[in-house]
Each structure stands twice: as C-alpha cells, then as structure tokens.
Design a protein around this ligand. Sequence first.
Ligand SMILES: C[S@@+](CC[C@H](N)C(=O)[O-])C[C@H]1O[C@@H](n2cnc3c(N)ncnc32)[C@H](O)[C@@H]1O
Length: 183
Amino acid sequence: MSIQPAQDIERHYAEADPWGYDGNPHDQRRKSELLALLPEREWNRVLDIGCGNGFVTFDLPGREVLGLDISAAAIEWARARQARLGQAEARRFSFHAGSMFDLDSVVSGSFDLVVITGVLYPQYLGGAFSVLQTLLDGVLSEKGVVASCHIHEWRPARFPYTLLDVNFYPYREYMHRLEVYVR
Ligand SMILES: C[S@@+](CC[C@H](N)C(=O)[O-])C[C@H]1O[C@@H](n2cnc3c(N)ncnc32)[C@H](O)[C@@H]1O
C-alpha cells in the first residue's frame, strides 16, 4: 500500500472529528488506558506525533505539550479546542502543522515523552518505520519515554527501546496494543 497523499488526509479534516472519537467509549478507553500506563514522573516537554484534532493531546501531562500533525486543518481544529481552555491550561499547549518525516527540521530540542497513537499504519507510514525511528532518536531525551497505541492487527513492529509495559484491550472490532518504552 502506498502512503496516503497529504491532501487526502486533509480532506478528512473537513470535519472536526473525522473518526468519531468524541463521545465514543472505545476512544475514551484508549485515552484512559494510555494515561494510566504512563510512568509517574514530572514530564517536562511532551510531543504528540500525529495529534489530529488534539483528542489525546489535551489530556497529556507535561509542562510544555507540542502537537504535530501533517494536516493543517487538524491543527486548526486543535487550536480551536485550545481556545476553549482556561488561559493557564491553554498555555501548556502548542501545535504545529508538519510531517513526522520532517521531525528534525520542524521540532527543536528534546522531549522526555513522545506519544504516538493511531499513526504507525501503512497508509501513513508505508515501510518507513526505520526512517521515523532514526528521527525519533534525534528528539527523544536520554531515558525518554515513548507511548505507542495502535490496532494490534495493523501494526506489528515494535520500537527498539526497553519495553516498560504493554496492555491489550478491545477497541471497536479490533484489539489495541498499548506499549510504553524507555530509551
Ligand atoms: C487516525 S488519526 C489519530 C489522531 C490522534 N493521534 C489520536 O489518536 O486521536 C492519524 C493522524 O495521523 C496524522 N498523520 C498522518 N501522517 C502523518 C505524518 N506524516 N506526519 C504527521 N502526522 C501524520 C493524520 O493527519 C491524522 O491526524
């Protein structure tokens, strides 16, 4: 399967919530499973790769949380959500439209937590997992944590970091595999 062109992805975000996450108990569950599996730590800089409209992003801990998505429309929806937050909370978040394949140029500094949920699928990643892995190495701090959450049937590869925890649970008609790694 070839990678979906950015303009096709963009078309999904003619709607604020293209995959119907808001109010869906499966999606609420995937979010709470992820938050529950994160190690107890003070998180400083957090990166959400393929953040979409911010469905997961806004519940992430961290002093500074950056959401990155290839879709400019998704980023606009995320910013609209951000505008509805109180000022102090809103200040924790920033969003950037750009590709995970340009991580080295679109993101600066390092992150102690990187979250990637629903992104490592063939239509977005093709066979370029090793490319993303190299880019991730460049932005993940020493002892940094990666939380990855995907449909198990669609996402066989694992990150080559130390696996801290893994959780499987039903998600829609599939199983989800949630993994937490430390570098
Ligand atoms: C299925 S959605 C998941 C959204 C969000 N992570 C969540 O769990 O709610 C996949 C997201 O990955 C984004 N995406 C796809 N290819 C990308 C790329 N090369 N760089 C950044 N984001 C990408 C899409 O625009 C879309 O918002």
